[in-house]
Design a binder for this molecule. Structure first.
Ligand SMILES: Nc1ncnc2c1ncn2[C@@H]1O[C@H](COP(=O)(O)OP(=O)(O)OP(=O)(O)O)[C@@H](O)[C@H]1O
Ligand SMILES: [Mg+2]
Length: 300
């Protein structure tokens, strides 16, 4: 088994501590990620997902509990946060709002320039990162950032963090606010970052959307704690009412097989895709279709 690269134990965080406005937002979180894994962090709005991931590159420091990322101990006040951030990149929610350079090429180059790389190396990284997100280097490097579509801006922001060539990439709500085509494109891109770049990925999402299917493991948070963890299939096979308790809505196809199972049809409840559901229902109705196993039908 590969090494543990993120280890969070008993983490607590209270915003505006010691003031009348104090807001406890993490109440003892345990969380870990192994090298090369893709992990989804789920839960309804305000449950603490962004607060947790902001600890992973030192934007927030542990008030209580322990955080270790790679060989960096975030409890150590002298930890080299700059070095950590070269290896662990965090793309915030709505990153397109944070593009600040006039030209796309400069925006993507910002991080590599901070690393003190040569002009040629910066250029090579910008080219690689833009092409990785599906934006041609020649076509986009001199585009004015404000002329891009929302989906293109999101991709430029992602290119900006890829240009740092991180080992661990945290994407906070990567699909939020994109149209279906933009979502499909980004899911495909994340799939490639996983398979071709071999990145360790932490994907934050408030719902069981497509991105969850890319995950090896999911952690569901509620009210500042991790309340459920497992493979996507284990999470999706929970009764819809239980998921609803945590503000999660199962995909329509999973809800449908649950309803059929409740009605007495002998189908598995953990179908994740339309194809799986169709073959499972056909089998249960004696119309052919062979039973599938998690390994033969894995969505990842
Ligand atoms: N800077 C802040 N000051 C005070 N309270 C905050 C601050 N940031 C977050 N909070 C509070 O901490 C709790 C957790 O917020 P957080 O942003 O981590 O949730 P989240 O799970 O990322 O939500 P969402 O899905 O809406 O992004 C919320 O109650 C939120 O109001
Ligand atoms: Mg958030």
């Amino acid at each position: 088994m590969s090494e543990v690269v993120v280890e969070v134990r008993g983490l607590e965080h209270t915003y505006m501590r010691g003031t009348p406005m104090e807001a406890p937002s993490l109440k003892g979180v345990d969380f870990d990620v192994r090298r090369g894994e893709t992990v989804a962090l789920l839960g309804h709005t305000g449950c603490g997902k962004s607060t947790l991931v902001q600890h992973l590159n030192g934007l927030l420091r542990p008030q209580k509990g322990r955080v270790r990322v790679l060989e960096y101990d975030l409890n150590d006040p002298k930890v080299d946060v700059k070095a950590l951030r070269r290896r662990v990149a965090l793309l915030f929610q709505n990153p397109e709002a944070q593009l600040f350079e006039r030209y796309v090429g400069d925006d993507v180059a910002f991080g590599p320039r901070q690393l003190g790389l040569s002009r040629e190396e910066v250029r090579a990284r910008v080219r690689e990162a833009l092409e990785a997100v599906g934006l041609g280097f020649e076509a986009f490097k001199d585009r004015l950032t404000f002329t891009l579509s929302g989906g293109e801006k999101r991709r430029v922001a992602l290119a900006g963090v890829l240009a740092l060539r991180p080992e661990i990439l945290v994407l906070d709500e990567p699909l939020a606010g994109l149209d279906p085509a933009g979502r499909r494109h980004l899911v495909e891109l994340i799939r490639r970052l996983k398979s071709e770049w071999g990145l360790t990925l932490i994907l934050v999402s408030h719902d069981l959307e497509d991105v969850v299917l890319l995950a090896d493991r999911c952690f569901v948070m509620a009210d500042g704690r991790v309340v459920l963890s497992g493979t996507p299939r284990e999470i999706f096979s929970q009764p819809p009412a239980r998921l609803a308790e945590f503000g999660l809505q199962p995909p329509a196809v999973t809800a449908a097989v649950h309803a059929l199972a409740e009605a007495g049809l002998g189908v598995r409840r953990d179908c994740l895709t339309v194809d799986e559901a169709v073959s499972e229902i056909a089998r249960a109705l004696g119309m052919g279709g062979k039973p599938w196993t998690s390994s033969s039908c894995c969505a990842t």
